[in-house]
Write a protein that binds this ligand. Sequence first.
Ligand code: TYM
Length: 334
Amino acid sequence: MIGDKKVLFSGMQATGNLTLGNYLGALQNWVKLSDEYECFYSVVDLHSITVRQDPAELRKRARMLLTLYIAAGLDPEKNCIYYQSHVSGHAELAWILNCFTYMGELNRMTQFKDKAAKHADNINAGLFTYPVLMAADILLYQADVVPVGIDQMQHLEITRDIAQRFNGIYGDVFTIPEAYVGKSGAKIMSLQNPEKKMSKSDENPNASIYLMDDPDTIIRKFKRAVTDSMAQIVYSNEQPGVKNLLDIYCACTGKTPDEAVREFDGKGYGDLKLAVGESVVSVLRPLQERYADLSKDKAYIDGIIKENAEKANYYATKTLRKVQKKVGFPERIR
Ligand code: TYM
């Protein structure tokens, strides 16, 4: 707790172009929850270097992402929006937690297996211990809740396991976090292959809607979305392409799948694709406009970066000192 509020932590990587999946699975829920909780939203640049990055590009994308958090509707006066690399406590706690995490646990992580297969020439130790850094992010702020898409659930589970193990040895040091997964949008699939999640790193640009896509591009990509030959609009696992379109529609409009299916009763796939495309345009347009305005104001963004890093450091250090004392590191002499 901070004051009378529970704590929320979440983060996103500043690699590649953010997709509609990132927005509907995470960012949109962050905004919904932001009044209720004391929130920490991090641009997780330490995680990004587990795969090779161009330094100038990483710096540029990190700033874009931080600005986008604000453009999406997170008030930086109330929410702590900051770069992970500006708070050294993340790396320090990750080291300690590494010593409380088993190789066997990390070996089971499906994201590690996927990424190792994709980057076979660079299977580094950071990629392997990535979930431990994520646990450190969350536990450092004593987060109660962590809004994420379904693909991050396994990392949330291991975070809870590590926290429980540590608490079992040293007493109640860490709050045990809960994942928050939205009703719709928690797993947005590729528009070209609805068996696969929509991903920043997909090579086919028609597979993903990027947050900065213009309206014509969005409508065009939805028109090309892969469906099926069953010619019926129902919400079913048998029709993953149609289900994904309905999911996107529901996440953008706040409707339930039942309501959406009723609305498209008697209509064809062409109508569905157009309506979904328009619902996405109406969600992304205001975000893009705010982003364009905000990114012009360098001094304002710089101020937020500085102030919020100080705030994050304050809370991070509080937890870190407690943990360091528990494991037996010598006290600092002042
Ligand atoms: P990242 O950057 O891959 O994704 C950011 C958020 O977007 C969600 N997401 C999706 N949701 C629905 N459908 C999709 N197709 C889709 N693609 C991505 C993700 O679930 C995530 O919530 N390891 C994390 C970043 C991280 C983090 C943390 C998150 C680092 N430390 C601590 C929470 C708490 C990641 O790579 O997310």
